[in-house]
Design a protein around this ligand. Structure first.
Ligand code: 7TS
Length: 415
């Protein structure tokens, strides 16, 4: 984080109170410590309230009615698009396509852009740290179209090997796609540099920002990304809505992904004319209430400031890595705190990752165990699974202490 910017400190206790679920008790005297925000974040009252208000006062289908409610619902839905565009500094709201989630946004690009632009023998360059949702869609397309997949290797420290990246670019990939921030290692990849090198080599870029947009300031215009995807549910918003941001000329040239209502200008029995952006890619009744909630989430995060949120998480992960490194027989994966976001995935000598998560749960500490939908990355480290603690704006150093205390309990039980 830049020390030149005067970042206001976050009032974490106040923020915690914004999230009703964080006040929950899980048993007598067991309060919740939620350390699974990389899977999904909790939702503040502002988001829950906006969705509640929408259903109580404005609910109608959008873009179709001329009655008051339909106009209000349409304005709310399109207003959310404008907010999301501003949040990631997209130059036009039409560049924001609402999808179900990041996964659907990636599949949209694979099926629409990929099928139109890639042919047998073309190469796609990915990385060894992708979530399955930015791997399997490309495997499917590669099988269908006879494409070649290459992978930027991950170093033992959990960074992308950029020397090998430059070499792989010489093979002339048509697409370079990578995660902005790893959901397992926490690594924040140098997206701007990766994109610039890809563009020099003539490739289009798709960035999986599912873990980045919730946690660090993201400016898609400054990054120069051709496509950038993320999900609302990981950034204080509801599930069921995500984003595909795309360069306008690319989106204009792409065929629709799904057919149906709203994505057409006109239809005859045998043909249709697709609608303009962004509607061309939003077939059927979209997630309207979810868009409203998403807009409220963006307002909430903007109100606090993404710089301040990133700074807070940087302090938390620094403290967490310090505390975890003091525990004998525990190994955390990924780079040092300065190169990552608030994710600590670890293994313990004494216990299987699932058992660790189970015992932490007895103490009210919610973490995830497994391969976190990044099986190839775990294969690289020769482990089937890790236990993952992931932090967000509402976590405190005391939450880290509860995690560490729980881990010592695991050691007592299994030691
Ligand atoms: N990309 C990354 C980097 C992710 O971490 C995830 C979800 C996705 C894509 C997919 O997001 P979705 O909203 O489309 O499902 N990651 C996780 C996780 O780490 N634990 O649960 C979901």
């Amino acid at each position: 984080m830049s020390s030149e910017i005067d970042i206001p400190a976050l009032d974490i206790e106040g923020i915690k109170r914004d999230f009703p679920i964080l006040g929950r008790e899980l048993g007598s005297d067991v309060t919740l410590v939620y350390l699974d925000s990389a899977a999904t974040s909790q939702k503040p009252e502002a988001v829950i309230g906006a969705m509640d208000e929408y259903y109580r006062r404005h609910n109608a289908n959008i873009h179709r009615g001329i009655h008051t409610l339909a106009e209000e619902a349409t304005a709310l839905y399109e207003g959310a698009r404008v907010k999301v565009a501003a949040f990631i500094n997209a130059s036009q709201p039409e560049q924001i396509i609402f999808t179900r989630n990041a996964t659907e946004a990636i599949n949209l690009v694979a099926q629409s852009w990929g099928r139109t632009n890639l042919e047998a023998g073309d190469r796609i360059l990915l990385t060894g740290m992708e979530h399955h949702s930015n791997l399997v869609p490309w495997q499917m397309l590669a099988a269908e179209r006879n494409l070649e997949l290459d992978f930027i290797p991950v170093t033992p420290e959990g960074l992308l090997d950029l020397g090998t990246y430059s070499e792989l670019l010489e093979r002339g990939p048509k697409l370079v796609t990578f995660t902005h921030m790893s959901n397992v290692l926490g690594t924040i990849n140098p997206a701007k540099e990766i994109i610039q090198l890809a563009h020099k080599a003539g490739a289009i870029t798709l960035v999986d920002g599912a873990q980045a947009v919730p946690h660090i300031p993201v400016d898609v215009t400054d990054l120069g990304a051709d496509f950038y995807v993320f999900s609302a549910h990981k950034m204080c918003g509801p599930s069921g809505i995500g984003v595909l941001y795309g360069r306008r000329d690319l989106l204009e040239a792409m065929p629709p992904y799904m057919g149906g209502g709203d994505m057409i200008k006109s239809v005859t029995l045998r043909s249709f004319r697709p609608n303009d952006l962004p509607h061309k890619f939003e077939a059927g009744t979209p997630a309207i209430a979810e868009a409203v909630g998403f807009g409220a989430a963006v307002d909430y995060l903007s109100g606090l400031g993404m710089e301040a949120i990133a700074e807070h998480e940087q302090r938390l992960i620094t403290y967490a890595l310090e505390r975890l490194s003091e525990i004998p027989g525990l190994k955390v994966f990924g780079p040092e705190a300065a190169q990552k976001g608030g994710v600590a995935s670890f293994v313990m000598e004494e216990a299987h990752p699932h058992d660790v998560a189970q015992i932490l749960d007895f103490d009210g500490v919610a973490v995830r165990a497994g391969h976190h939908c990044a099986q190839p990355l775990h294969d690289q480290y020769n482990i089937p699974a890790t236990t993952r603690a992931s932090f967000y704006l509402y976590n405190t150093p005391e939450d880290v202490d509860r995690l560490v205390k729980g881990i010592y309990r695991v050691k007592e039980i299994f030691g």
